[in-house]
Design a protein around this ligand. Structure first.
Ligand SMILES: *Cc1c(COP(=O)(O)O)cnc(C)c1O
Ligand code: SF4
Length: 339
């Protein structure tokens, strides 16, 4: 039997430069809709869309063959419906472009700043509010984050730094090491939080190199992963990645988005919470969709969301019930939605 680690070593031995397995997997991710359909045994045409398809093979492997309605496929497949103009859906629904206090730093909420470490993700989620952001490909934080770090150093009430993006775990270990080293020297920063979908969509990212990097982070470590359906977690490599993070002392939380045709029913939401906790992850937020242009067909109205919460609350222990929230531009926190 050949393990992932052995494959990695073999690959590295024959290559002049050091490229990790996860970087190869990301480079080999599917970008052509026709290829995705072929892999899933589906026939049909796919919408051409300026927001490109991007999905790693590991995630495709968890999709059901021959099913257009697969909840994972729906999250990544470009549809013509996205091109429809719908009133109330715009390009910056959460007001992020106004919350930048320094290059790549969003300071909207007390005590914590969000660092836009990169514009890159390992998957393109069709409902993402970042789909129209100008920084989708390039690195928005130039140089070695001097401006961002200077801001954090100068603001002693910043206790928590949230590494976000894009997805911070698409950065190489070398880039992350630079960031961690600088954060370590800021005494008022007591927590480092990651917002990453990679443990779910590209679990090979949680490799020995990354785990040893984490050992160099003396602060408390939190990782907020992003899974919307239990089927996303039903894979051995995801289980291994989450167990390794837990073993490295990382507090694991999940944020999900309530999505029409993906998880808009009580059974699916209950199963998601149960599966998360079975892998040591606590449900944190269930977000109402940000009203971003192109995503209207995913929206679940607030009243229906509140009814769903009522149902799952009757079936789950309190600690497995996520908080239903909506992001409102200009507010000082994610706004609770009562249900
Ligand atoms: C969501 C968000 C946070 C984190 O909010 P929490 O409620 O602490 O999870 C921080 N900064 C920005 C800009 C955000 O959008
Ligand atoms: S930022 Fe998160 S939700 Fe948006 S495309 Fe990237 S992984 Fe998906």
């Amino acid at each position: 039997m050949i393990t992932g680690i052995q494959i990695k070593n073999q690959v590295e031995n024959v290559l002049p430069t050091k490229v990790s397995l996860w970087q190869r997997e990301l480079a080999g991710a599917v970008r052509e809709p026709a290829e995705l359909l072929r892999l899933l045994g589906l026939e049909g045409t796919v919408s051409t869309n300026p927001f490109r398809l991007l999905v790693p093979h590991s995630y495709i492997a968890r999709m059901k063959h021959g099913d257009w309605h697969d909840p994972l496929l729906r999250q990544v497949l470009p549809l013509d419906e996205e091109l429809r103009v719908v009133e109330g859906f715009n390009h910056d629904p959460v007001g992020d472009q106004f919350a930048q206090v320094a290059d790549g730093v969003l300071h909207k909420y007390h005590g914590r700043v969000l660092l836009v470490t990169t514009g890159a993700c390992a998957v393109h989620c069709r409902y993402c509010f970042r789909r129209h952001f100008p920084y989708t490909e390039s690195n928005p934080v130039r140089g070695e984050w001097e401006g961002a770090l200077a801001y954090i150093r100068a603001n002693a009430d910043v206790r928590e730094v949230i590494l976000s993006g894009g997805d911070p775990l698409t950065l190489s270990d070398e880039r992350l090491a630079v960031l961690f080293r600088q954060l370590r020297d800021i005494p008022h920063v007591t927590r480092v939080r990651f917002h990453s979908r990679l443990p779910v969509v590209l679990p090979s990212r949680i490799d020995s190199g990354f785990l040893s990097l984490l050992e160099q982070v003396p602060q408390q470590k939190v990782m907020v992963i992003h899974a919307n359906h239990a089927q996303e977690l039903a894979a051995g490599d995801v289980r291994t990645a989450l167990a390794a993070l837990h073993g490295a002392g990382v507090t694991l939380l999940n944020q999900a988005v309530l999505l029409r045709g993906v998880n808009d029913n009580a059974d699916v939401l209950v199963e998601l919470s149960e599966s998360l906790f079975a892998q040591r992850v606590l449900p944190y937020y269930l977000h109402l969709l940000d009203r971003v242009a192109g995503a209207a067909h995913f929206e679940v109205p607030e009243a229906e969301a509140a009814r769903l919460m009522g149902k799952i609350r009757q079936r789950l222990p309190g600690f497995l019930v996520p908080k239903l929230v909506r992001e409102v531009a200009g507010e000082r926190a994610k706004m609770p939605v009562s249900g």
